[in-house]
Design a protein around this ligand. Structure first.
Ligand code: SF4
Length: 274
């Protein structure tokens, strides 16, 4: 299907969203990501109202309560995407108690730190939750060969799209909702995150159970519960992504200052609304 073509999506209301009818809605290419070729779900106005009301109700709920709500309403079509940051580890800790069969996956760009990949194994050993590593179509070697070198140097937005966003688009076809570990106090972009909302980029309900938590609350729980975390955090890496685009931060720097340092880029695009 041409990217310029209109695409039609059959919208099925989430199982617990009893008030929202099932509808067939036409989505134009303007509502779909530029390279998305599969149908993307579009919410009905009733579904959006339902999500807004749920989000408002959950504003004062604890992360555990929000995750329980998400599992109750969307499992087994609920996915949790993690880059194995401290927030993701905390959500996995709660999921192990609430719904350990939740589908947890990692966007494995091929550029992750070894410490990050080893954390996957430590989480599996601790919780029995095997985080699936979802990879792009091309290996790093194939990708760099096709583009004449590392794309993260020449065009990091393209690199993030090809190695992260396109992989989440693929995963989104199997899901009705996804959960992420973003916190509102991480950045001005993330300050706008709702607890529950519609993610038009991926055609999914998006749940952010830690939106209202602080970095201090995350680390207190990690310490109190001995939750596995990435050892790079002990070496000054406050936010960890791919190794070519991550550095340790210096005292007084912003938590995400080490991501795409020296460029204007601040997000990979997974959590931005445009
Ligand atoms: S963070 Fe860097 S290496 Fe990773 S996908 Fe984005 S541009 Fe590529």
């Amino acid at each position: 299907m041409s990217t310029a073509s209109a695409i039609t999506a059959e919208i099925k209301a989430p199982s617990a969203n009893q008030g929202a009818p099932v509808e067939t809605v036409a989505a134009t290419s303007e509502t779909a990501p530029a390279t998305r070729t599969a149908a993307i779900r579009v919410p009905t106005p009733e579904e959006l109202d339902w999500l807004r009301a749920a989000s408002n109700r959950l504003e004062t709920a604890s992360p555990r309560e929000i995750i329980a709500w998400a599992a109750e309403h969307y499992h087994p079509k609920l996915g949790m995407a993690t880059a194995f940051g401290p927030e993701g580890c905390v959500i996995i800790h709660f999921l192990a108690q609430i719904q350990p069969k939740t589908y947890v996956f990692n966007l494995d760009t091929g550029y992750q730190f070894q410490e990050t990949l080893e954390l996957r194994d430590r989480i599996a050993a601790r919780y029995g939750i095997e985080v699936e590593l979802r990879r792009p179509r091309q290996t790093v070697a194939e990708y760099e060969q096709e583009h004449g070198g590392p794309v993260y140097k020449s065009n990091p937005d393209k690199c993030c799209f090809d190695r992260k966003l396109s992989v989440l688009h693929e995963a989104s076809r199997e899901l009705n909702a996804w959960m992420s570990g973003i916190r509102r106090d991480q950045s001005t972009d993330r300050a706008k995150a709702s607890i529950v909302g519609w993610d038009k980029k991926f055609g999914l309900v998006k749940i952010s159970p830690l939106a209202n938590w602080t970095k201090q609350q995350i680390w207190k729980l990690i310490t109190d519960e001995d939750i596995p975390y990435n050892p790079l955090h002990d070496q000054g890496y406050t936010s960890i992504g791919c190794f070519p685009c991550t550095r340790a931060v210096m005292f007084g720097e912003d938590e995400r200052a080490g991501r795409w340092s020296g460029s204007a880029k601040t997000e990979c695009g997974l959590h931005s609304s445009d």
